[in-house]
Write a protein that binds this ligand. Structure first.
Ligand code: HEC
Ligand code: HEC
Length: 345
């Protein structure tokens, strides 16, 4: 009799565990409701004609993590955009794509994308929904075509079912693929760092962090504007161009000499995790970045005026600015279960 009760109890426990394990990762309507963080402006991308839903988000997440999007099924978006690096890529300066081919730029972090009016280091793309076509078709990234991806997805039973659940019919189209990806990347919002809590009066800063913030506001914030830490502009911040890459940045898009070697001002949120730094990943450490700003080596005629005004930074000043930058690490975002690889769950 006792044995029977134990067995029944055990079975109930297993069933409960299985239920919670399954539902722990369940994405709910609340998980995909767009909440504009306090103090943030209105976003540019408003999910217009792309109504946020748990099913479409989950489909977008699957596509983001699935190497099926690349020609030989080896590279997914997440191969280059690693969650734990704020969706940038640790360790190598230039991106690595299909067949080990090396791209010409550093993988940027993906966060607060709906507040960007343009994408890429040179702003070559101006719509979040269109952006994935770029890596998908780039011969050194995924080297695929949308038509072929659609063909592959149509042959895949799991996706046939997922598209049906997400869009209420079985059609697999490029528009739906792109919309689903935009729901996933568009909801990558980072706004809960220690900095955010400090601004909100919910956390305190050390003297060094406070001093760092004051210095930052004086010397850096004109470009790295709070709360997004970018003003979405293109600037030449005094980096010497790397002749082996000869990347003209914004100039290659606008065709204007005045824009040559200008790059998008990147956000500095989660900067602790998204090393190496700059469009070509030339700096490994924040200290290297501060050394650069303290003595910008290359003053081209279009180098931003602000670069002349930063002046020499003392070693304690550099330390304080770095201490402040580290408060921008947002563990709520970095460990957000909504963004975990669904194939690993
Ligand atoms: C081979 C590496 C690689 C792959 C694969 C890749 N990306 Fe990227 N991604 C990059 C690089 C490098 C850039 C910057 C490109 C540039 O500036 O020209 C970038 C830029 C972006 C941006 C713009 C970010 C910004 O702040 O401007 C978004 C969004 C993005 N990728 C999403 C994706 C999605 C979605 C996929 C999958 C469909 C994907 N990426 C696949 C390397 C990659
Ligand atoms: C004139 C505008 C401007 C000012 C002022 C400025 N920056 Fe930047 N910052 C940029 C631009 C543009 C880039 C990207 C340059 C590139 O990759 O070629 C950048 C890149 C960075 C990066 C690398 C980010 C990444 O994701 O790779 C860090 C860190 C940084 N800046 C910190 C600072 C700090 C700290 C200050 C103040 C001491 C400062 N910046 C002042 C424009 C500016």
């Amino acid at each position: 009799m006792r044995n029977k009760t134990t067995v029944i109890l055990l079975l109930v426990c297993i069933a409960l565990l299985a239920f919670t394990a399954n539902n722990y990762f369940l994405i709910t309507q609340n998980d995909v409701t767009l909440k504009i963080p306090k103090g943030f402006p209105k976003p540019y991308y408003k999910f217009k004609n792309n109504t946020l839903s748990p099913e479409v988000f989950v489909l977008g997440r699957k596509l983001f993590y699935d190497p099926i999007l690349s020609k030989d099924s080896t590279i997914s978006c997440a191969s280059c955009h690693q969650r734990i690096a704020a969706f940038a890529h640790f360790d190598h300066p230039l991106s690595h794509g299909i067949n080990g081919l090396i791209g010409k730029r550093n993988v940027p972090a993906l966060q607060n994308l709906i507040w960007q009016d343009t994408y890429m280091w040179d702003g070559g793309v101006n719509n979040l929904e269109v952006q994935p076509i770029n890596p998908l078709t780039n011969p050194v990234e995924m080297n695929e075509s949308l038509e072929h991806v659609i063909e592959k997805l149509r042959l895949n039973e799991m996706y046939a079912a997922e598209f049906k659940i997400a869009f209420n019919d079985t059609a697999i189209t490029s528009e739906r693929i792109l919309k689903a990806l935009a729901q996933f990347t568009g909801l990558m919002i980072s706004a809960d760092s220690r900095y955010d809590r400090y601004i909100d009066g919910k956390d305190t800063f050390s003297t060094s962090e406070k001093n760092g913030l004051a210095l930052f506001r004086k010397k850096c914030a004109s470009c790295h504007e709070e709360p997004l830490f970018t003003d979405n502009s293109y600037r030449n911040n005094g980096l010497k161009p790397d002749p082996s890459l000869n990347d003209k940045g914004r100039g290659a898009i606008t065709g204007l000499e005045f824009d040559e070697y200008k790059f998008k001002v990147p956000s500095l949120r989660n900067i602790e995790r998204s090393y190496p730094y700059m469009h070509d990943g030339r700096f490994r450490k924040l200290k290297d970045v501060l050394d650069h700003y303290s003595s910008p080596g290359n003053f081209a005629p279009n180098t931003a005026r602000e670069m002349y005004e930063i002046g020499k930074l003392s070693e304690p000043d550099k330390k304080d600015i770095i201490a402040f930058l580290l408060t921008l690490t947002d563990n709520t975002f970095l460990y957000d279960r909504r963004f975990i690889d669904p194939f690993m769950q």
